[in-house]
Design a protein around this ligand. Structure first.
Ligand code: AMP
Ligand code: ZN
Length: 470
């Protein structure tokens, strides 16, 4: 029985999907104005592992994660560089995808972008207005009428009146024409030099919260199983998403809400604005990024995790032990005789599968990856002490297979990958060019991602497509 801690109920609950065998999951993605830092990488790694475990259990997971590509920070950077905002967002979407591939985070089923979903946002805002949940102020700003949504505060367990007290200073200041301090923006008027879209209320752009309600509904449906993100998103982002979606759809939005704790540095949240961050790129220069993935999973996702050089060294050692063990098995396999397993080996395989059960038990308990990794270590130790030059090929393969499978669920690459031969790369590039010519952009993108997953970066230049190894 898979148990998930649900922020909504503050309890661990049994996972019962809306539709048998299927999981609809939405994870709030990054705002793309710069390289992602390793705090942003925590939810990516954690929820990718959740997805992989569910797939191991036979669920078909429809996994959606957005890119927020219209935002003050993107606009600011675009103004600084004197380019269009889309140049900035497109650049950092590409960079983010490279980091994800290097961290072995699987691409989502769909990665929608806010700027491509404006029509849906206008529809939902219009609908909310019709239902009395939203209003336009004189300057064209559209606000959500928070108090109208009776259950507001149910996710963050906040009381409306406490919020009101805390936010009194926000009430009607200058241009702000809110009816109530708690009301939040759905649509706002453009400022000089900013990207904007036409709307019935004013030329402007959407507020941040509306994009996730709209993209979740479009790609997963009105009701979904899991909505996830970092714990800073509980309030106000996710609370506001619930208010929007449930008022618009008249149905519960997400059944389970999952939130990862922060990645800290010197016990303070790592963040761009505080300047106390390392990008995934920075870390990739010093360590194999699989070590970073291992480090992230060595703690439970709801526990704060403090980043330090010492802990990264420990992670490098731990990860190294698994890689060495798999390397040894490969070496033994090269020289092993083709004998089938004997009775003793068959018993050992059964014992080894017990570590797989232990791994599963840990994961079933709200994805306790720390204990799951401990089970992998036990398995590695077991494999090391029961294999040698006399082992049968079949036995060695089973041992390696078991380790590889559990590591695969954690998304850990523990086998030194064969480099993709140049001929194969060039064949795929040619296929991609043909797909683009035929306007089959989906296939072209798939090939790009596939190559990225094998560490091959494509660059479209005026002289044609160039590639390099990451
Ligand atoms: P942002 O680009 O700031 O919207 O963040 C993208 C995702 O990263 C969100 O799910 C955030 O909650 C998460 N996040 C940002 N900083 C951290 C951190 N220091 N630790 C864990 N998660 C974080
Ligand atoms: Zn979101």
């Amino acid at each position: 029985m898979m148990k998930i801690y649900n922020t909504l109920s503050r309890k661990k609950e049994e996972l019962v999907p809306l539709e048998e065998g299927k999981i609809k999951m939405y994870v709030c993605g990054p705002t793309v104005y710069d390289f992602i830092h390793i705090g942003n990488a925590r939810p990516m790694i954690v929820f990718d592992t959740v997805r992989r475990y569910m797939e191991r259990k036979g669920y078909e997971v429809n996994f959606v994660s957005n890119f927020t590509d219209v935002d003050d920070k993107i606009i600011k950077k675009a103004l600084e560089e004197g380019v269009d905002a889309s140049v900035i967002s497109q650049r950092y979407i590409e960079e983010c995808k490279k980091d994800m591939a290097a961290l072995n985070v699987k691409p989502a089923t769909t990665h929608p972008k806010a700027t491509e979903e404006i029509g849906g946002m206008l529809d939902m805002i219009g609908d909310l207005m019709e239902k009395g949940y939203a209003y336009a102020a004189a300057d064209g700003t559209v606000y959500y009428r928070t108090r109208r949504f009776q259950e507001y505060g149910k996710l963050s367990h906040k009381n409306l009146d406490d919020l009101q007290g805390g936010n009194r200073s926000l009430l009607v200041t200058g241009q702000d024409q809110k009816e109530d301090a708690l009301d939040f923006v759905l649509w706002k008027p453009k400022k000089e030099g900013e990207p904007y879209w036409e709307s019935p209320w004013c030329q402007g752009r959407p507020g941040w919260h509306i994009e996730c309600s709209v993209m979740s509904r479009k790609y997963l449906g009105e009701e979904i199983d899991i909505h996830a993100g970092g714990e800073d998103l509980v309030f106000p982002h996710h609370e506001n998403e619930i208010a929007q979606s449930e008022a618009a759809n008249g149905k519960p939005f997400a059944k389970y809400w999952m939130h990862n704790a922060f990645l800290n540095i010197n016990n303070r949240k790592m963040s761009k604005s505080q300047g106390n961050f390392f990008t995934v790129r920075d870390i990739g220069e010093k360590y194999d990024l699989q070590v970073l993935r291992f480090f992230m999973l060595s703690a439970h996702y709801r526990s704060p995790l403090n980043f330090s050089a010492e802990l990264m060294e420990a992670a490098a050692n731990g990860y190294g032990r698994i890689v060495t063990s798999v390397g040894n098995l490969d070496y033994l396999l090269e020289n092993a005789g083709d004998l089938p397993m004997d009775e003793r080996e068959k018993c050992l395989v059964q014992e080894a599968e017990g570590f797989g059960d232990k791994f599963d038990q840990a994961m079933e308990d709200d994805f306790n990856t720390a204990d799951a990794i401990a089970a992998i270590f036990e398995l590695v130790k077991f494999a090391n002490s029961h294999t040698d030059a006399n082992s049968s090929r079949e036995f060695l393969q089973k041992m390696k297979g078991e380790i590889m499978e559990l590591c695969g669920v954690c998304g850990l690459i523990v086998e030194k990958q064969q480099e993709m031969p140049q001929g194969d790369i060039e064949a795929l590039i040619a296929e991609r060019q043909a797909a683009r010519k035929a306007k089959n952009f989906q296939r072209a993108d798939e090939i790009r991602e596939e190559l990225l997953g094998r560490g091959i970066i494509l660059e479209d230049t005026r002289e044609g497509v160039k590639w390099k190894r990451a």
